[in-house]
Design a protein around this ligand. Structure first.
Ligand SMILES: *Cc1c(COP(=O)(O)O)cnc(C)c1O
Length: 380
């Protein structure tokens, strides 16, 4: 390989996860492929998810939606984060549904539809307690009222009503019951204003798998699609999801050092005994969080070996102890367990860096080559 590290992406894990999740929810699934498919490659993940029965794709921006369309992916797609002056005409022309949270956006979408002479497909978002996007309080009936007016005039069609949950992944999900109640009230408001949405959706991965009353018509699946347990279980968890990404590299330098040797900047780590240090060509620019220094480990020579000292921009150092390590030896930074190989998981990396698995996956840098596989078979 010419790249110093590669992310192997097993598309069969994606299809297997879609089938697993659909068998739990019994609903349609929207594969959330924002942020380049959580770093896995949006187009390839989208195709795999659709093949396995996902019926919708979810993205956050016009650029992400058009990337799918340019690649020939024509499946129903919802895009939900836009500036007020976004190119809504382009989304309408491309057959992309627009998630609309404010009247400012709704007017702009209706203007674009009028200019184009074609109706926009709109999915109205209610804020039910996350306080991010979506219309809350009195803004919701106002948004709904304008939407109904535009729909009557033929400028838009309100295909969906939806919202997003704040804490479905937490034990007991304390905010969830209240959010569902607010959502149902928002739905009643929309229907009594004359809207008749075909698609009602609220659940993300965690809610889809654990809270039946959040499932409605469609569940928006992000992290679970990529095989990471949304409840922070490090491993297959109770749902049997398969991690799709394996991040691997190889050792580029090896040295035997005496006790008392400082390692990396600072140094924050000094060897306690004579040991073997292995250098990896991966650093924080490649997505190994600096905050994980001193806690993280990798799979090397059949063992978990700790990363010692500070993670630098391009490299980090592993303490291989007395293992027989040589230049070129393969290293798995994270990935699924296989046989007697037990590399760290994305969930563990997230814990080491005090973050969530989403940030680990989306943080894998551009220098890391993505290679897509079908199971074990390569398809590059
Ligand atoms: C990212 C995102 C999702 C996916 O969430 P997961 O918890 O990763 O399943 C669903 N809906 C919206 C609105 C999102 O932004």
């Amino acid at each position: 390989m010419s790249a110093l590290a590669e992310a192997l992406i097993d598309l069969e894990a994606i299809t297997s996860n879609v089938r697993t999740i659909a068998s739990v929810t019994g609903t349609g699934l929207m594969a959330v492929v924002k942020a380049d498919g959580f770093g896995h490659g949006a187009v390839k993940v989208a195709r795999a998810a659709l093949r396995a029965g996902a019926s919708w794709l979810g993205v956050t921006s016009t650029a992400e939606a058009l990337t799918l369309r340019d690649a020939g992916v024509t499946a129903p797609t919802l895009s939900w984060l836009h500036g007020p002056n976004d190119d809504f005409g382009m989304l309408i022309k491309s057959g992309v549904d627009v998630g609309v949270s404010t009247t400012t956006h709704l007017h702009a979408v209706a203007d674009a539809a009028r200019l184009l002479g074609a109706p926009a497909m709109v999915q109205l978002k209610a804020d039910t307690g996350l306080s991010r996007n979506g219309a809350a309080g009195d803004d919701w009936p106002e948004l709904v009222g304008w939407a109904r007016k535009y729909e009557r005039e033929g400028g838009i069609r309100v295909r969906g009503v939806w919202s997003h949950l704040a804490d479905a992944d937490l034990p007991g999900a304390p905010a969830l019951t209240r959010q569902v109640a607010i959502f149902e009230e928002a739905l009643r408001t929309a229907r009594s204003a004359g809207l008749d949405p075909d698609l009602v959706h609220l659940a993300n991965s965690a809610a889809a798998l654990s809270a039946p009353r959040t499932r409605f018509d469609l569940c928006r699946i992000g992290i679970a699609l990529y095989g990471v347990d949304p409840f922070g279980v490090s491993g297959p968890g109770e749902f049997g999801l398969h991690p799709a990404m394996t991040l691997r590299t190889s050792v580029v330098n090896v040295k035997r050092v005496p006790a008392g040797t400082g390692v990396s900047y600072g140094p924050e780590h000094v060897t306690g005994t004579p040991t073997t240090l292995a250098l990896l060509p991966l650093g924080y620019a490649d997505g190994l969080p600096r905050a994980a220094g001193g806690r993280a480990a990798v799979w090397l020579a059949g063992r978990r070996c700790p990363i010692v000292g500070r993670i630098a921009m391009d490299q980090c150092v592993v303490d291989a102890g007395d293992l027989p390590v040589t230049i070129g030896d393969p290293v798995v930074v994270f990935g699924p367990a296989e046989g007697d190989q037990h590399p760290p998981t994305v969930v563990e990396w997230a814990r080491w860096a005090d973050t969530n698995p989403h940030e680990i996956l989306t943080g894998i840098g551009a220098r890391v080559a993505r290679e897509h596989l079908h199971g074990r078979a390569r398809n590059s």
